[in-house]
Ligand binder design. Sequence first.
Ligand code: G3I
Length: 363
Amino acid sequence: MRLLVTRPGSSPALSLVFAMVVAAGCAGGSSPQASGTAEGSAASPSPALRDIAGSRQIGTAVDLPQLKTDTRYAEILAREFNSVTPENALKWERMEPARGSFNWGGADEIVTFAQAHGQKVRGHVLVWHSQLPGWLNGGGFSGAELREILQNHIATEVGRYAGEIYAWDVVNEPFADDGTWRDTIWLRGLGQGYVADALRWAHAADPGAKLYLNDYDIEGINAKSDAMYELVKSLKAQGVPLDGVGFQAHYDLANPFPSDVAGNLKRFADLGIEVAFTELDARFKLPVTESALARQATYYGQTVAACLAVPACVGVTVWEFTDKYSWVPGFFAGKGAACLYDENLVPKPAYGAALAALAAQAP
Ligand code: G3I
């Protein structure tokens, strides 16, 4: 049963209810056994995540097939989250499948849903090496042509959603795993300056949008996050319009939780930008066990807590909220169950941990 509690701690009785709900979520609200039950599976503890997020964003990636066909999915999406990120609809292969021909339909549907439910929209993604259309990847374009193609793509897409998409991942994954520049068509054709140019073009198309660089495995302090830090410092020194860095946070429980995540966020914030977790999930080797779910919950709880510990951290976005539609099993054989909700849309201990971390800081 969903209880209409908007602010935990507003009375002793409500605090008690809230604590019980959180405990249930953390202690097996979605046990492997319980996960199989469909009955009441859309029910979720109350308050909803967005009810206690305050001014912070608690967001999720969203893709169109599920949004259009799964009413329980859409119901939870609307109830729990105050921000959405189109998971694929804004990517180049979908948006500009033929040169100069833009396909707005999918992204428009997500933006319309978000506006109807009081949700912000994060734009993902303008410049990336993946999910590029064949005409672009195999086009053999000169540097000058590539520059014109990129500028037109950014100006058209950002301009189309000016005032509606509040932040953009302008450049995604510019670095390789060792912190060197990633070898992409953009780097090869345009040199490292493509990052500054892309940010300037996006700013020209919507001066009000928050412009981000986004990458994975930069949550802790390491060679890759050092490279991102130096890039941000250099761009800020040049006066390039850059507002934030997104930390994807695709965790694998085979690896320890990164050390000093809050300290890492803070060093970026000290450069005068905002920060956010943009693609949180935590995969593990299947099958699902109680201990894996409990350990996974700590990754979610620590990530939300790290964001809340840093004033410049504007929020946390999960990369799909349910295992039913997660990208993970398709990319990592034998791994999965990475999300807040299981495949039956039942909240997992990770949900309880995220809720508890938010509640600990709620006004
Ligand atoms: O839409 C086609 C469909 O028509 C076709 O029949 C089917 C057959 O494979 O593919 C469908 O496209 C898939 C698409 O997701 C939509 O489901 C692609 O194959 C598949 O590669 C694509 O995967 C996406 C992946 O990025 C691509 O790299 C995932 O959904 C998406 O979650 C994932 O997201 C990325 C972020 O953008 C950047 N950070 C990492 C993150 C996880 O990889």
